[in-house]
Design a protein around this ligand. Structure first.
Ligand SMILES: [Zn+2]
Length: 369
């Protein structure tokens, strides 16, 4: 989500943020309630009364969305899953839960908590609306919030990821197949299908009557589609990494640099000739370090004649090596963590090859075709 957001406080220790797009939808909702909904259900009031009811109902709507998200968060916290933040934005609320649920049961309970909260809220507003002797303004506000909360529950129960119903579906498939990745892929596919339907419906609405509702369906559909699509891709990517070892993707026959070469020589005879971004450095047959374009670029050109590879390289340390039997995910984590783009594959002091970020990317790209 691009654009600015502000932290406005904490609830149960969870930072609550408001995204800039929230103000737009808040204004829109208040306006449509004050100009259309309340004048239709409550007659003979002043404009300021409609506006204060509109703003109140809009605030209660976002409070309802927030309580829905808190429902997810409190169950997640019971499973000791940390929550990064809750953000209110143009399409409602979003709780950023830091880890995936540990079990299908936890996934199910975290997902279902939100819609259950919305149903309970809907029923509470229903009771308020039916209270004998309730003033008409209270009835109008309560009826609106009853409808909104029940609709929120129903919409969120659609079984397409990333909606709550999609997470429930994923929990079910996960429990049944014992395969988390596959369960995620299926529920994301259903999510993409539902999102596509929403967009189609939106296009139909716009073409048929140029309604604002149609634009809304289009936007929500596009948002959900993108989310489902990127989840699907991410999971396919993670799956294609499963079972891969460093030895499967490494480049064998490594070309190595002598520590005594000048940088000029290294560039002419190695970097330009082989086109690699980095080389292991050896001195007297032993691996002593690694020299990549990153270190070269930091040295002014006129000094390339006098400095040697050994003086500029990153000295060899435990963290630059990896064993060929380690999983590829371990190599990627180490590269990411230490901000390196290549590791030396070694088995008992012997250099077997190199594993690089671009090499892994190329390998996966070819495998996915
Ligand atoms: Zn939810």
């Amino acid at each position: 989500m691009g654009g600015r957001s502000w932290q406005i406080g904490r609830i149960f220790g969870i930072p609550l943020r408001i995204h800039i797009s929230w103000f737009l939808v808040f204004a829109l909702v208040s306006w449509s309630l004050a100009r259309h909904y309340f004048p239709a259900v409550l007659t003979h009031r002043f404009a300021w009364q409609y506006w204060s009811l509109g703003v109140t109902a809009a605030l209660l709507l976002f409070a309802s969305v927030l309580v829905h998200e808190l429902g997810h968060c409190l169950v997640a916290m019971r499973y000791r899953i940390p929550i990064a933040q809750i953000t209110l934005f143009i399409f409602g609320g979003m709780a950023q839960i830091k880890r995936e649920a540990p079990t299908p049961k936890a996934e199910f309970l975290i997902a279902i908590a939100g819609p259950i909260v919305s149903i309970v809220l809907g029923l509470c507003f229903w009771v308020l609306a039916e209270l004998p002797g309730a003033p008409p303004a209270l009835v109008a506000v309560s009826e609106h919030l009853r409808n909104i909360n029940l609709m929120l529950a129903i919409f969120n129960l659609v079984p397409g990821y990333p909606l709550d119903g999609g997470r429930v579906l994923r929990a079910g498939l996960w429990a049944w197949s014992k395969n988390f990745h596959q369960a995620t892929r299926y529920s994301a596919r259903v999510g993409q299908g539902f999102a596509a339907l929403l967009m189609l419906f939106g296009v139909y609405d716009v073409v048929a009557g140029l309604e604002i509702g149609g634009v809304w369906f289009l936007l929500i559909g596009a948002f959900l589609y993108t989310a489902a699509h990127s989840t699907h891709r991410q999971v396919s990517f993670q799956e294609s990494l499963l079972g891969l070892r460093v030895g499967d993707v490494m480049t064998p026959d490594v070309v190595m640099l002598g520590a005594g070469l000048t940088l000029d020589e290294a560039v002419d005879k190695y970097f330009l000739r082989f086109g690699f971004g980095g080389f292991p450095v050896v001195d007297g047959g032993r691996l002593v370090g690694m020299l990549s374009l990153k270190e070269l670029k930091a040295i002014p050109r006129e000094r390339w004649r006098v400095l040697t590879v050994g003086e500029v390289m990153v000295p060899y340390g435990f963290y630059s090596e990896i064993h060929p039997d380690e999983p590829i995910t371990a190599a990627m984590e180490r590269m990411f963590h230490d901000d390196r783009s290549r590791l030396v594959v070694m088995d008992s002091e012997k250099v077997l090859g190199l594993v690089t970020r671009s090499g892994i990317a190329r390998f996966l790209d070819l495998r996915q075709r």
